[in-house]
Design a protein around this ligand. Structure first.
Ligand SMILES: C[S@@+](CC[C@H](N)C(=O)[O-])C[C@H]1O[C@@H](n2cnc3c(N)ncnc32)[C@H](O)[C@@H]1O
Length: 348
């Protein structure tokens, strides 16, 4: 029987149970959503005539320019820009901290710290705790209530209908590897290679990804739906710079989630070329990036100290599609999910 708990309930569901198709629950750190039914969670933009779009029509992406205080501090101290990889190392550590924090527990602790600071008239301490509380509240809303970061229903809707069997899947800039695991559950029996040049992603972001987080997919033996867990999948993690990869055209699917928007226009062709280079003929490139929407801009503003260590754009689906089209892809599926735009493409 499906379990439905109100989002944000004080007593969260245990996250180590056996989940079933249809379950919806809020655990201490994340939301589980194994519903396999409408309402639809994918706004389809597949009818767009990409070849007819122009930059004059769609406008340029929005640049996020509020930087993390730590980035600004390091750059002042060294009098030079933070190297890109070092920026990612900061990003991955501080972002990971959010995933391993239980918001209800942390809120109770911070409220205690606020009371202590208030008692001793520590105004700076009070301000620091208030900022942390606000960020935690935003994170709880975005990740644990709205499920807008992992967004399993939106991702499943975007990934559906691929013509692949036992695929080899390459995830560029994999971080926690989430979307490759969702693909592996939907298209089982293949092999996944996660690539990220920050070793912390191998050891922690993917290495400590919740073992009992359930992915809705299919059972290859029966063709029926089934729930998959991380340890049931064949996954390798390669710590490498994407630019140094030596694979041939051997993958059925090459995926990136939130990667291309970190490349300024002069480097966009290189970013799209990464997706083409390792694809078998007829293979799929899946590309997503955060949407340019008011709540997206507000998120990166309020969470700047955690998220903003390097170049970042927010885009509309038309802008992302136009980049893909200009860089030689045919767009098979395009749409908008909670926080991201998504494309499923083939080489033109
Ligand atoms: C914004 S994150 C992707 C978002 C991801 N879904 C998450 O949960 O954080 C981008 C990832 O790509 C990695 N990355 C960026 N440039 C890379 C490169 N040239 N080679 C390998 N990994 C790269 C970063 O280390 C980072 O973990």
């Amino acid at each position: 029987m499906a379990t439905t708990l109100d989002p944000g309930v004080a007593h969260a569901a245990p996250d180590d149970r056996d989940w079933r198709i249809g379950d919806v629950a809020t655990t201490a750190r994340y939301r589980v959503d194994l519903r396999d039914a409408p309402p639809d969670v994918f706004e389809d933009h597949g009818r767009t005539d990409w070849g007819a779009l122009s930059w004059a029509q769609v406008g340029r992406p929005y640049l996020v320019e509020k930087w993390a205080a730590e980035k600004r501090r390091l750059e002042r101290e060294r009098d030079r820009p933070l190297p890109v990889l070092e920026g990612w190392q900061h990003f991955n550590r501080s972002f990971h901290e959010l995933f391993v924090t239980a918001p209800d527990e942390a809120t109770a602790r911070l409220k205690g710290e606020f009371a202590q600071a208030a008692k001793s008239f520590d105004l700076a301490g009070m301000k620091e705790v208030l900022v942390e509380l606000a960020q935690l509240r935003i994170w709880n809303g975005v990740h644990r209530v709205q499920d807008a970061v992992w967004d399993p229903r939106g991702k499943r809707a975007l990934f559906e209908g691929l013509d692949v069997e036992r695929p080899r899947i390459l995830f560029l800039g994999a971080a926690d590897g989430y979307e490759a695991m969702q693909l592996a559950a939907m298209y089982p029996g293949g092999h996944v290679v996660l690539v990220d040049y920050d070793d912390f992603c191998r050891t922690d972001r993917f290495g400590k990804f919740p073992e009992r987080y359930p992915f809705l997919g299919v059972d290859p033996a029966t063709g029926h739906k089934r729930v998959w867990y991380r340890e049931q999948m064949d996954i390798d993690f390669e710590v490498a710079d994407i630019r140094d990869l030596r694979y041939g055209r051997e993958f059925d699917v090459v995926v990136s989630i939130g990667l291309v928007e970190h490349f300024p226009d002069a480097h966009k062709p290189e970013a799209f070329e990464f997706h083409r280079r390792f694809l078998k003929p007829g293979g799929y490139a899946i590309v997503t990036c955060p949407r340019d929407q008011p709540r997206g801009r507000a998120f990166y503003w309020a969470m700047a100290d955690i998220m903003n260590y390097g170049y970042r754009e927010l885009m509309t689906i038309d802008q992302l599609g136009l980049y893909a089209w200009e860089n030689g892809f045919r767009i098979e599926r395009a749409g908008v999910i909670k926080a991201h735009n998504g494309l499923v493409c083939r080489v033109r």
